[in-house]
Design a protein around this ligand. Structure first.
Ligand code: SAH
Length: 217
């Protein structure tokens, strides 16, 4: 059966979104293929469905946003995942980014501190197809030690400084992709765990909602 999010016009819109992301410099075919498949409208409030393939962040409630598709692509490309790569994501939000990584075949452990957002995502029938997607209501600053070590950590909210305590939950030579900085613009960084410490790399500037401590009811 053709699902309503896989109508010819949805496919055309997703392909044109992917073409735009490609023009902005993303060339990881694994990432682009996943973005061309995941129906972004399902992760957005009904009244925004006609804007689902506009390359922008949108509000999803609780003062939070669904990331801009270009940002999702950028972080996914830096994350360099293959089928089976074990990833912890901090900031489930709408779960769109998590679905893109799950579509790429990665094993995803994603954490959200806002209870309402966590609960909303549990009701999303589309996500039931991914056996490789696991959700947690918790504080990302503590990580998810039960499933550590991870090959990758992805943070989709911005901590003011690098949360070095999470490095312990990375495997050796594993790395963390995250925006770092205060409100406004933050620097995308990649922090790789090495035997003698960490390697820090810096990338472009982005604008994320803040990573906040503790759980929120
Ligand atoms: N990946 C999301 C982006 C959501 S915005 C998407 O694709 O839609 C960032 C999310 O991080 C928000 O939902 C916010 O509540 C959450 N967040 C902020 N601080 C957090 C923390 N300490 N632990 C877990 N989630 C956090």
């Amino acid at each position: 059966m053709e699902e309503y999010y896989d109508r010819p016009k949805d496919i055309v819109r997703r392909n044109s979104l992917v073409a735009g992301i490609r023009r902005k410099g993303i060339d990881d075919e694994r990432v682009l293929a996943a973005i061309s498949k995941v129906p972004r409208q399902l992760f957005m409030p009904e009244e925004l469905h006609d804007k689902a393939y506009v390359d922008r962040a949108f509000p999803i409630g609780e003062g939070q946003t669904i990331s801009q598709p270009y940002t999702v692509a950028y972080q996914s490309e830096l994350l360099d995942v293959d089928p089976g790569t074990k990833v912890m994501e901090i900031g489930t939000g709408s779960a769109y980014q998590a679905a893109v990584l799950a579509e790429m075949g990665a094993e995803i452990y994603t954490i959200e501190r806002q209870k309402k957002l966590y609960e909303k995502v549990q009701e999303l029938a589309y996500l039931k197809r991914y056996e490789n997607l696991h959700f947690c209501y918790g504080d990302g600053f503590l990580g998810w030690p039960d499933h550590a070590p991870y090959d990758r950590i992805l943070i989709t909210a911005a901590p003011p400084e690098i949360p070095f305590s999470l490095v312990n939950q990375l495997s050796m030579r594993g790395f963390m992709v995250l925006p770092v900085g205060k409100a406004g613009f933050q620097r995308m960084m990649r922090i790789t765990r090495q035997a003698d410490g960490v390697l820090k790399e810096e990338f472009d500037l982005f604008s994320f909602v803040p990573m906040l401590p503790g759980k929120h009811q």
